[in-house]
Design a binder for this molecule. Structure first.
Ligand code: HEM
Length: 222
């Protein structure tokens, strides 16, 4: 007799959790990207934004805890789904090997941990400042520009952001399916929508290190 594993115990339940936490993380990314783009408006603008973020410790820590929780659930469920698919079928399918699914799954398995490593570095770089050459508390403009004036750092960010784009694209694509948004009417729009959202977010983030490397953004008075 089959054991009743409940919704969370099932692969579908875990995928739904990955989808829901993924959507929340995705909205955080959109907000963060829009916040970052203020750097093109005026140096004082992004510093104001940083001050606003830190104005209420209760607000800041609530957002951080929600993000941390979502990230933890997202990673745990992803690991469990990956582990289950590895251990469930010791002998590989001979015929059933849909290239799209296979490629997406493989991409997620290596891009996920690299993005997690990037996030740790990013927090040490621009939030804690311990791996930054000239960190100023709440001086977001100075911190971003001085940080990206180190070319290897800017390149590492661009590479990580391209990986994030891969991850987002495949995540969005599979999330449309997990959430049941693969109705025939919506079907033809799934891929273009995933591509569009990914390109907008990746371009928004990548524009900042590129603008510093090309001298479009410079230190105040520099
Ligand atoms: C070019 C790309 C990026 C730039 C320029 C950038 C810039 C920044 C800056 C300046 C801060 C510090 C804000 C402050 O405390 O004053 C920050 C924090 C943060 N960034 Fe980014 N970021 C980038 C990409 C990303 C990406 C791709 C992610 C997620 C995968 C991310 C996640 C975070 C998180 C979680 C924080 C901490 C927010 C907090 O203090 O709670 N960032 N970022």
């Amino acid at each position: 007799m089959e054991k009743d594993v409940g919704l969370y115990g099932s692969t579908l339940g875990k995928k739904a959790l990955m989808a829901i936490t993924g959507i929340i993380l995705f909205f955080y990314l959109v907000g963060h990207m829009l916040g970052n783009l203020q750097i093109f408006l005026d140096p004082a603008q992004i510093d104001k934004y940083a001050h606003l973020l830190h104005a209420s410790a209760a607000f800041l820590w609530s957002v951080r805890l929600v993000l941390l929780f979502c990230l933890g659930v997202h990673i745990l469920a992803a690991f469990q789904v990956w582990w289950r698919s590895r251990t469930a079928r010791p002998v590989k399918y001979k015929v059933f090997n849909p290239p799209d699914v296979d490629y997406a799954a493989k991409t997620m398995v290596w891009s996920g941990p690299i993005i997690a490593a990037f996030l740790v570095y990013h927090l040490l770089h621009l939030t804690v400042g311990s791996v930054h050459p000239d960190y100023v508390h709440l001086g977001a403009y100075n911190n971003v520009i001085a940080g990206f004036q180190q070319t290897p750092v800017a390149i590492a960010y661009i590479v990580a952001l391209l990986l994030l784009a891969f991850h987002l694209y495949h995540g969005l694509w599979s999330l449309f399916q997990t959430m049941g948004w693969d109705h025939p009417k919506f079907g033809p729009w799934r891929r273009p929508l995933a591509v569009l959202l990914t390109v907008v977010i990746a371009a928004g983030f990548i524009s900042v290190p590129v603008a510093v490397m090309t001298g479009v953004l410079q230190l105040v008075g520099g």
